[in-house]
Design a protein around this ligand. Structure first.
Ligand code: ATP
Ligand code: MG
Length: 243
């Protein structure tokens, strides 16, 4: 039982929820380690959406809205942390939602698809094939889904798969709290923000941005700038860290 007045209440509730999801088999045990890495970077950020993350979130909305076949890739952590937010974003941008797992079993795929459907997501299913140029199980996807997407949103992604999607010529939008990860550095656009803060901002921007702003944001995508701003926002907090 976590006391509601604990200063780290929401972080502890999220951890408990992930542990419970891992016990059920929805989240991989390794996913708990990935979450811990994310938490560490979020601490450095001050657990807030920075100015540069907000620019990245608006740009993500512009890319998703102008894509001809946008796809949102969902893994166990993403489903456990943000299934309703995925549903809202799908309604706002019309993207196809497809499950893609590193620690893949048919049972986990079905469990995650079930959770997504229960929160209102229209899940893209059908026969998966080993179509991405990767030696592990994240190569599985659908020919008419992720394989033929022009824009792919990959929250909490692994670097290998991000690089493979880029090599296939796709526009890749990553959500990753670690601005130094291979994913963050190889994506077309990286949102350095916590997933449950990032997705609602993208959804909000989908209904707010004008056509002119979409064009301007897409023309000015500069991932190096966004990553260096994220690092600057983290490090500039250091001198005052003990205040
Ligand atoms: P890479 O393979 O890209 O070099 P990695 O191997 O360090 O990265 P992975 O386990 O492949 O990391 O991917 C998980 C990533 O997701 C980590 O970089 C972590 O910072 C990030 N992450 C974890 N939880 C969250 C969260 N809730 N919101 C946003 N990012 C998160
Ligand atoms: Mg990795």
């Amino acid at each position: 039982m976590i006391p509601a007045d604990h200063p780290r209440y929401s972080s502890l509730v999220t951890r408990e929820h992930l542990v419970e999801s891992a016990r059920k088999g929805l989240v991989a045990w390794e996913g708990l380690i990935a979450h811990g890495r994310g938490e560490a970077f979020d601490y450095l950020l001050g657990e807030r959406t920075t100015k540069s993350a907000l620019i990245a979130e608006k740009t993500a909305a512009a890319l998703l809205l102008t894509a001809s076949h946008p796809v949102i890739s969902v893994n166990g952590n993403t489903a456990a942390l943000a299934a309703p937010e995925i549903s809202h974003l799908q309604k706002a941008c019309g993207a196809c939602v497809e499950v893609n797992l590193f620690h893949r079993t048919e049972k986990r795929v079905e469990m995650i698809e079930g959770l997504l459907r229960d929160t209102g997501v229209e899940v893209h299913t059908g026969e998966a094939e080993r179509l991405l140029p990767l030696s592990h199980d994240r190569s599985w996807c659908r020919r008419d889904g992720m394989f033929s997407a022009d824009v792919v949103l990959v929250p909490l992604e692994d670097g290998d798969r991000c690089e493979a999607l880029i090599a296939m010529g796709k526009t890749v939008i990553a959500i990753d709290l670690n601005p130094l990860s291979r994913t963050a550095r190889s994506a077309t656009l990286t949102i350095v923000d916590e997933i449950s803060r990032a997705l609602p901002q993208i959804t909000k921007a989908c209904s707010e941005i004008s056509d002119a702003e979409k064009d301007r944001l897409i023309r000015s995508v500069d991932n190096c700038y966004l990553l260096s701003e994220a690092i600057r926002e983290m490090t500039m907090r250091f001198p005052n860290a003990m205040d």
